[in-house]
Design a protein around this ligand. Structure first.
Ligand code: NAP
Length: 345
């Protein structure tokens, strides 16, 4: 029994759409299509914008967060937050590979993998939530998931802790795109720099901007950004990312009015489009990796202030992004230590 390669055969509502925009997908794990992979899931990494929204809604109590996650998955057949629209990713063991895929995939049954497509499209059935790690957005589960023929996933590396790999792979697109966007000598502003993708992007931006470039890390709290100092980031400033006027003032002061050639938005909250746009010089680039970004607010907002900037939607996928992200933490002992202390211990 062959399913559609993008998984439309599992869409229940509304009929005819792809699994990501679907409201509900079929999460029956008993019947596996010939071109699907069944995964025995051990850990979810809930997308940061989604996890933040859930915490805002139900509070930081582990039990209440677990109940909310279960209610979303039971209703939709996937961990697709109806407010943020975002998902996350998972790690688990390949339990079964459909016969039509067996000779065409780079994994075998028993391998440990991380999915690199969003939980917002991945059929998921949770038997039990064992632990919610409130500080890292990671959730230990007993669950099963299905990967479609077009799904992207990576074998978990053997040289690092699973939780470290999960944290890095969750945001793999961000450091990879940063490497593509930043040129030597650039001034780069990273908004939300103390977080997971912010830390990776700050390190990569500094590497590519080089000694003649400058990386300005914008954080919520300097107290929670001490690790950026250890990574040699040029400037660390405290600005509320929702305060666009203050952001423009601070970046203008730091750059003598030149502003940033590249601005990277990696916050986990909404309403930060304008501060990213105002931090950037004309003909510069704003890279919106945050899942809380509104296309309307960015497009109409830039027009409204007469800013000629390129705006890039943070595609979660880029060729080689998983390897690039993993190599980034392998190449810097300091960065790896920072990630281990924040996301593993
Ligand atoms: P994270 O670790 O939670 O980091 C978010 C950062 O935003 C934190 O450092 C936080 O600082 C900061 N922040 C929050 N409110 C702020 C404010 N008002 N002013 C300044 N900074 C503020 O998140 P992440 O895992 O790196 O993810 C970052 C974003 O990327 C999220 O929106 C996530 O949904 C998105 N994402 C996108 C993709 C994609 O495919 N495009 C994939 C994965 C994730 P404090 O902790 O100090 O508050």
């Amino acid at each position: 029994m062959m399913g559609n390669k993008y998984g439309t055969h599992r869409v229940l509502e509304p009929a005819g759409v792809l699994p990501q925009p679907a409201w509900k997908v079929n999460n029956d794990m008993e019947t596996l299509y010939d071109n699907e992979i069944l995964v025995d899931v051990s850990m979810l990494n809930i997308d940061a914008a989604s996890f933040t929204q859930i915490k805002d809604e139900v509070g930081s109590d582990e039990k209440k967060i677990a109940e909310k996650i279960l209610s979303i998955v039971n209703e939709r057949g996937k961990m697709h937050n109806p407010v943020t629209g975002s998902g996350g990713m998972l790690i688990g063991k390949v339990e079964k590979i459909g016969p039509a895929l067996k000779d065409h995939v780079h994994v075998k049954e028993g391998d440990k993998i991380a999915t690199l497509v969003s939980l917002s499209l991945t059929p998921l059935k949770i038997e039990k939530i064992k632990k919610v790690h409130v500080d890292t957005d990671q959730v230990e589960v007993e669950a099963k998931a299905v990967i479609f023929e077009s799904g992207v996933y990576a074998k978990l590396p053997e040289d690092m802790d699973e939780r470290l790999a999960l944290a890095v792979l969750d945001v793999a697109g961000a450091p990879a795109q940063t490497a593509r966007l930043v040129d030597p000598g650039d001034t780069v502003v990273i908004i939300g720099a103390s977080g997971k993708s912010g830390t990776l992007c700050s390190y990569v931006a500094k590497k590519y901007a080089g000694p003649t470039g400058r990386v300005i890390a914008v954080v919520h709290s300097k107290e929670r950004a001490k690790h950026l100092e250890e990574l040699g980031i040029d400037d660390i400033v405290e600005v509320d990312a929702t305060d666009a006027v203050e952001m423009e003032r601070v970046i203008s002061e730091l750059t003598d009015g030149e502003m940033a050639e590249v601005t990277i938005n990696v916050v986990n909250i909404p309403n930060t489009e304008m501060s990213s746009i105002l931090a950037t010089c004309d003909y510069g680039t704003v890279y919106f990796f945050s899942m809380a970004t509104s296309f309307t607010k960015a497009a109409l907002g830039a027009e409204g202030v007469g800013k000629d900037v390129n705006m890039i939607i943070g595609n979660g996928y880029m060729t080689g992004h998983a390897e690039i992200a993993l190599e980034t933490v392998r190449e810097s002992k300091k960065l790896r230590e920072v990630f281990e202390s924040l996301y593993v211990n």
